[in-house]
Design a protein. Structure first.
Length: 202
């Protein structure tokens, strides 16, 4: 089973570990029959795609969940999960799929907002101390001025992900989509057994 969440509001300030713990707790409270790993300290078999930097709104928070019985009622599962969601975490969809997301997702689409024109050509430094030029890491790049705000949309390969807040003047960043090539992973999940009912989307 693959679950798509949106992480918004104050939850965007959670760390990667805090986010994963919150989602696992939500799934456990939903009484899903999740498989556990073997050994002295068994853990729920729940896995995630690449994390976002702290402060990024995540609209492509995909979670893979191994269930004891994959033959689930999609709508009933959605209803149960929604009853246990914390404020700021939204359920978008549930897909009855065992697709390995980490093997197929190639990149992401981001949108960032700035009051002044952000300079993606300026060299910045990662927390590791390494420097890079953001423009060298992005693929599709588009910048427009809307309502006195600069809105930048770009795509980035998984092996070139960077913290968008390292770019000067960016005050808000959103991860919009997970991509397989140029296509949204949603389309592939729907083909592979998902139940992509737009009427249920938040």
């Amino acid at each position: 089973m693959i679950v798509l969440f949106k992480k918004k509001g104050f939850l965007r300030f959670l760390s990667a570990i805090e986010t994963s713990n919150m989602i696992v707790r939500t799934l456990l409270r939903s009484n899903l029959k999740i498989q556990y790993s073997e050994g002295f300290h068994p853990k729920p078999k729940v896995s995630f795609l690449d994390t976002t930097a702290t402060g990024v709104i995540d609209l492509a928070l995909y979670v893979s969940v191994k269930l004891e019985d994959e033959n689930i009622d999609i709508e009933a599962t959605k209803k149960t999960i929604r009853k246990n969601l914390p404020l700021g975490l939204e359920l978008v969809d549930v897909y009855k799929s065992d697709l390995n997301l980490n093997n197929v997702v190639t990149g992401y689409e981001y949108t960032v907002f700035s009051k002044n024109e952000p300079d993606f050509h300026r060299e910045v430094k990662k927390h590791s101390g390494k420097t890079f030029v953001p423009m060298n890491n992005v693929n599709e790049f588009e910048i427009v001025l809307k309502n006195n705000l600069f809105v930048v949309k770009y795509t980035v390969d998984r092996n070139k992900i960077f913290n968008p807040y390292l770019v000067d003047n960016v005050f808000l960043a959103v991860r919009k989509r997970a991509l397989v090539g140029e296509n949204d992973i949603k389309s592939l999940l729907s083909i592979n057994g998902g139940n992509n009912d737009e009427s249920t989307h938040s």
